[in-house]
Design a protein around this ligand. Structure first.
Ligand code: PAF
Length: 286
């Protein structure tokens, strides 16, 4: 596995592969890799000639008071995992080469960035869109891989790629879960044992709500009440940022269920903010 730290070197390596007619599959990450990331790597390896993984904890997507400083970092462990997966290139730039002195540019996807997590993390998706634009220009992928756990991120990235005519396929892969249903996330390492046990409530509640919808209960108010009620029954939950039913394309709240919907929640357990979602396919009446 080649380890590259300098954007110019990564660009030249990527151009070399492209000129030889090779396709590049790209998995952007912030490291502290778990099975969720590795599932993206395996898919990228299956579908492309060359697989590039980036590890970069992107400062501009963290707000003041968020966990940028304490975000888990495990370069040695991550490198070992990527070597085992036989990844071709690990791109691992420093902050100083990604955001050199005088950096002034931001990429913003309006409206959809301001909903759901955007309400509670203003500027977060602007930071994500900005770093991904840079990474896409540096790595030159044909396909880039993201997990469904970060559903809003996938909607924002797809819109950005479409609006800015970036010639990249955005591939969204299923959320990988722990045995009790908790979506895998690097932030799960913040949870102590009790909080970790409690956190299974998020997926259980979303699952129950999705089953109600599938069974034909389509009153949004009733379902949201059950969803919120079940999450709040768990004493370790300190706050619900949101838990509800949304249009999966626009991320607006829906007032009635007539088409596929997104059940999504962002919940604080202690100081840790966890997100999860389920996409519910609604049978259309003929
Ligand atoms: O999902 C993440 O880990 C990050 O938001 C990403 C896509 C690597 C951009 O920094």
């Amino acid at each position: 596995m080649e380890i590259i730290r300098i954007p110019r070197v990564m660009q030249d390596t990527a151009s070399g592969h492209t000129l030889r007619g090779k396709t590049i599959g790209f998995v952007p990450t912030m490291g502290s890799l778990h099975e969720g990331h590795l599932s993206l790597v395996r898919r990228a390896k299956m579908e492309n000639d060359v697989t590039v993984v980036s590890i970069f904890v992107n400062p501009v997507q963290f707000g003041p008071g968020e966990d940028f400083e304490k975000y888990p970092r495990d370069i040695e462990g991550d490198t070992g995992k990527l070597l085992k997966e036989e990844v071709d290139v690990l791109f691992m730039p420093d902050r100083s080469v990604m955001y050199s002195k005088g950096f002034l540019t931001r990429v913003e996807v309006e409206e959809i960035s301001e909903r759901l997590c955007g309400v509670f993390r203003p500027g977060h998706f602007k930071g994500v869109a900005t770093v991904l634009t840079k990474l896409f220009h540096i790595v030159k992928p044909v396909r880039a891989y993201f997990g469904q756990k970060d559903f809003q991120q996938t909607v924002v990235v797809r819109r950005m790629v479409k609006d800015l005519n970036m010639d990249i396929d955005i591939v969204v892969c299923p959320t990988i879960r722990e045995r009790d249903g908790l979506a895998m996330s690097s932030r799960n390492t913040y949870l102590d044992r009790g909080q970790r046990e409690a956190s299974g409530v998020i997926y259980r509640s979303l699952k129950q709500a999705s089953e109600l919808i599938i069974s034909g209960i389509i009153n949004v108010h009733d379902i949201e009440k059950i969803l919120m009620g079940k999450i709040l029954q768990e004493p370790a939950v300190s706050c619900i940022d949101y838990a509800g039913i949304f249009n999966p394309d626009t991320l607006e709240e829906v007032s009635e269920i007539r088409d596929d919907v997104l059940l999504a929640a962002a919940v604080q357990i202690g100081d840790t903010r966890l997100i999860d979602n389920i996409l519910v396919k609604v049978k259309k009446e003929r």
